[in-house]
Design a protein around this ligand. Structure first.
Ligand SMILES: [Zn+2]
Length: 295
């Protein structure tokens, strides 16, 4: 009996390794494969953007923290597989990750919810996400692209609050106004809220998803949207929130707001804050409208 079990386990080790290798090669060979390796190399030293708003994301995917005075409110949770990098960044910014009481997800894609399970399991952090993406988790989990992380132990999670159009919710001293901006996914959200440096208040605008990857004809045909409704929704979403007053534009990828260059400039010119720009929101939304029409 013993002999048989040893032989069996040997065969299993070899074939398990072969499975692992095949899986790894398949994921690494995809266009998105490069985003899920060596995530430490995308570490950005965290910094204060303005007042009680801080940057703790990487060089590709944004993560923002608002210190609400009664706990930390985090926008997005980084890429899958980048949990350790995010935790390091929060500590380096001078905060304790255990104080993250709420996470608002820009939308339900793999590159934005990486550390959600960690925060839920460790600290009981409450998760907020647009209602249509909660439905996507349930009915079309494949559209979250979780399979691209390459780690089949990554899982989706229970969302505590499904955000609806027009919701207004208070987190410590911060009241957030929510809108749904379908397009990139159906459940992308926009948030407006005040940030403060103690003396003055500014209005932040957070736009939760600009990528055109989910508007490509191949993608839309595959998911059964042959009339390209998603593109029409995207355009309507831009128009809906374009005229809001926004002093500080927050994106969910650094390229949206040219975050890395602005930060570098800030380091050289500590008296100037290029993140405070009441035209940036409108300009970027107009740029996306133009690009969309050219798609
Ligand atoms: Zn996305």
């Amino acid at each position: 009996m013993e002999f048989i079990s040893v032989r069996k386990s040997k065969m299993s080790i070899k074939s398990d390794y072969k499975d692992y290798e095949e899986h790894r090669n398949r994921i690494a060979g995809k266009k998105t494969g490069k985003f899920f390796i060596n995530q430490e190399l995308r570490y950005v030293k965290p910094f204060q953007i303005y007042g009680n708003l801080y940057y703790v994301g990487g060089s590709w995917v944004c993560v923002h923290i608002v210190d609400t005075g009664e706990g930390l409110l985090m926008f997005d949770a980084g890429n899958c597989g980048a949990q350790a990098v995010l935790i390091q960044s929060i500590w380096e910014m001078g905060f304790n990750p255990a104080d993250v009481k709420w996470i608002i997800l820009s939308h339900g894609h793999v590159d934005h919810f990486g550390a959600v399970n960690f925060f839920k399991n460790m600290f009981g952090t409450k998760i907020y996400m647009g209602e249509p993406d909660v439905k996507m988790f349930r009915e079309h989990p494949e559209l979250t692209m979780i399979q691209e992380s390459g780690n089949c132990m990554d899982t989706l999670f229970h969302v505590d609050v499904a955000v609806k159009e027009g919701d207004i919710r208070t987190f410590g001293n911060t009241t957030v106004e929510f809108y749904l901006v379908p397009g990139h996914t159906k459940g992308c959200i926009v948030c407006f809220f005040d940030i403060t440096d103690g003396k003055e208040r500014k209005r932040a605008g957070y736009y939760g998803g600009f990528g055109f990857n989910t508007l490509q004809s191949d993608y839309l045909n595959e998911i059964g949207d042959s009339g390209f409704q998603a593109r029409k929704d995207y355009l309507h979403s831009l128009e809906k929130v374009r005229n809001q007053k926004v002093d500080l534009f927050m994106g969910n990828h650094t390229s949206n707001v040219d975050l890395l260059n602005k930060h570098e400039y800030m380091l050289k010119h500590p008296d100037e804050n290029q993140f405070l720009d009441d035209k940036a929101w409108k300009n970027y939304l107009d740029q996306k409208k133009k690009e969309l029409k050219e798609l």
